[in-house]
Write a protein that binds this ligand. Structure first.
Ligand code: SAH
Length: 225
């Protein structure tokens, strides 16, 4: 599937939201240590300006987190790239994301040809994300739920990515990881988190590794409309 083919001229943007601006972001990410060409290509393809409010569209290709309403943010492109790069190391095909937010991270995973499942606790954000997936012709499965429970009906997953910070790794998510699978999650206090990578080996043994310091909005319990 070629995502690029499915974009109409409006989606491709103009001026400050054009392909040229997207290419410049890709070069900035490359300069800050992102090496996986597949990830750089996906970020160069997905129109991030469609994942934020129109008023913020001209800032969509800065390497910064931006507000998406409800006190939530679309992650910084470098963080999206870093997490995606780490995730691809386990060569996954079926992926679960917790914290759909704007849908941008899920769209980047979708553009990589992965089978993406994503869970969001705020109904309004999820509805907006679904509209974007449809507009871009991305086939992404999504659910309005508390991601602490993962998505048992569709488990196991080759990889799980949590895009909200928690004090500890959620056990239910580790349980839904396939042998050989990888989980990436920001863990720590509200003020300071580390991006952790957990690898589950063929015997179910789990090995942890710290990737980078990050700041994410908190993983919260329950759902809201
Ligand atoms: N991946 C998102 C970034 C979202 S910010 C993007 O690309 O835009 C984190 C998101 O996690 C928020 O939308 C927040 O509502 C959601 N979230 C927080 N706790 C959650 C939970 N328990 N289950 C599902 N989503 C949760």
């Amino acid at each position: 599937m070629s995502l690029r083919m499915r974009l109409d001229s409006e989606a491709m943007g103009s001026g400050l939201t054009s392909q040229r601006v997207r290419d410049r972001l890709v070069e900035r990410l490359r300069a800050s240590g992102i090496v996986d060409e597949r990830v750089l290509r996906a970020i160069g393809t997905v129109p991030r300006h469609l994942f934020v409010d129109e008023a913020l569209a001209t800032r969509a290709y800065e390497d910064t987190a931006l507000p998406i309403g409800h006190g939530q943010t679309i992650s910084q492109p470098w963080v999206v790239a870093k997490m995606t790069e780490a995730l691809l190391e386990s060569a996954p095909s079926k992926v679960l994301e917790i914290g759909t937010g704007s849908g941008y991270q899920a769209a980047v995973l979708g553009a990589l040809g992965l089978e993406v499942h994503t869970v969001e606790r705020i109904g309004e954000l999820l509805r907006a994300a679904r509209k974007r997936f449809r507009q871009l012709g991305l086939n992404i499965r999504s659910k309005h739920d508390d991601g602490h429970a993962g998505w048992a009906e569709n488990a196991p997953f080759d990889a799980i990515m949590v895009t909200a910070g928690a004090a500890a790794i959620v056990d239910a998510l580790v349980d839904q990881l396939a042998p050989g699978g990888m989980l990436i999650a920001p863990v720590g206090s509200a003020a300071s988190q580390e991006l952790l990578r957990l690898h589950k080996d063929a015997d179910g043994q789990v090995v942890r590794q710290t990737l980078a310091p990050v700041v994410f909005v908190p993983l919260l319990p329950g759902t809201i409309d």
